[in-house]
Design a protein around this ligand. Sequence first.
Ligand code: GLN
Length: 535
Amino acid sequence: MSKFIFVTGGVVSSLGKGIASASIGKLLETRGLKVSVLKCDPYLNVDPGTMNPYQHGEVYVTDDGAETDLDLGHYERFTNGVFSKDNNITAGKIYYSVISKERKGDYLGKTVQIIPHITDEIKAGIRKVAKNNDVDVVIVEIGGTVGDIESLPFLEAIRQLRWEMGEHYALNIHVTLLPYIKSCGEQKTKPTQHSVGTLREIGIQPDILLCRTERPILAEQREKIALFCNVDVEAVIEAADVKSIYECPSAFKKEHLDTLILKKLNIKAPDRDLKSWEDYVVKRLRRPKHEVNIAVVGKYILLPDAYKSIYEAMIHGGIANDARVNIIKIDAEDLEKGKFEKNFKDVQGILVPGGFGNRGIEGKIRAIRYAREKDIPFFGICLGMQLAAVEFARTVCGHKTANSTEFDRNTPDPVISLLEEQKQVTNLGATMRLGAYPCRIEKDTRAFTAYRKEDILERHRHRYEFNNQYREAMLSKGLVISGVNLNANLAEIIEVKGHRWFLGCQFHPEFRSKPDKAHPLFRDFIAAALGVHSG
Ligand code: GLN
């Protein structure tokens, strides 16, 4: 029977519960256990797919095509798990399901209520992950901050689950903050006491406290927190700021968090260290041999979370090349006017990420042209690939008004356009080409050099596609189509012949990159950029 770890957060948001949950997953896997990690989001959207990145950050896509919270990205990057739509439960999804059942008459005339109907639905969703995946431990992260009205049904559900399962089958970890107040030179425990007090009011007693702090916790503070929060002193875990998120598992290990969890869950597993992770990932992050500057030309560059997986995948590509990757964020709109080259001074590679809508499109196209003509390594992802095709059609093939029909519905040269089946779609939610699709790689291409195999699977999230009517004309001018979806004959990867490294892919490789196993395209893109000497 699977055991459960419930992770809640207190005092403030953005404490890194997602990274903490992912790191716990990593530690338990290191001890030989099979884990799954699940996120409960208290908002009413059914999924984050329709939310603006400024509201929510990146939308992470799973193999089975679910549009999920970006924390699932952390879970997959830190653990060996491949997660699915079931690993992200939102209040919207829960209510949608309960209300649909009510309409069908499934509740047999009963009054439908938050307790028990909503809470039962949440519990069923959490138990399903354990059942379907046959895992030793399910880590359940509850989004939001304790004290929020919206997370109450989720907290009640985990309270009940813990009660139903009994001792040694479930435990609660509360991530909290110990603010350091400069004027008195002290680390304050009161917000943590209040937060734990709020949890206790609703019947949850945390077993372990993960205390986020800028400075080490003094022994007497640990004792004070333990006494007032009703936990063991050894269960007050220091979660000090670290340079890189990939150092978190080691930091927790130093505090014996894994041993403590196993003890509380009554699981026997041999102790193992994190040596291979530390030697490869942490060491190269701290003391890389090389350094490279990569420009990311995007629309949401002010928000670090908007391109989370891309930034992480670039760091992984850096690790694989023993290089620090400095990311230069460029607002695509700024490239539409004025002097443009200065933005790319000291840049050795240019990446154009995915995106939707008109804003900044022409700036991105200018950046792509610059990369192509100046022989600067270029990586275009999804929209970035589509715009690379548009730029090539305009500049090289002479179709001056070429465009994607997303931006100019009536363009005479729709190099990127909708497939027939997408034209019929009216709903926005979950209607794109989503999830993992197979792709056949052409030999003797950059893509083949990277993957070293012919058949790959990659995750998609888009509506528009390369228009095959332009295929021959563009190939005759030096475009290479190096990856194709054979079932639907769709161009999935394009390259430019003779260029140092110019590759665009219709899918999102960033969702399959890990710190200790960089995605081959990110690895080779960074390698190509490292070969460029800045001028
Ligand atoms: N807007 C484009 C499409 O829908 C690209 C999407 C993306 O970059 N994820 O096809």
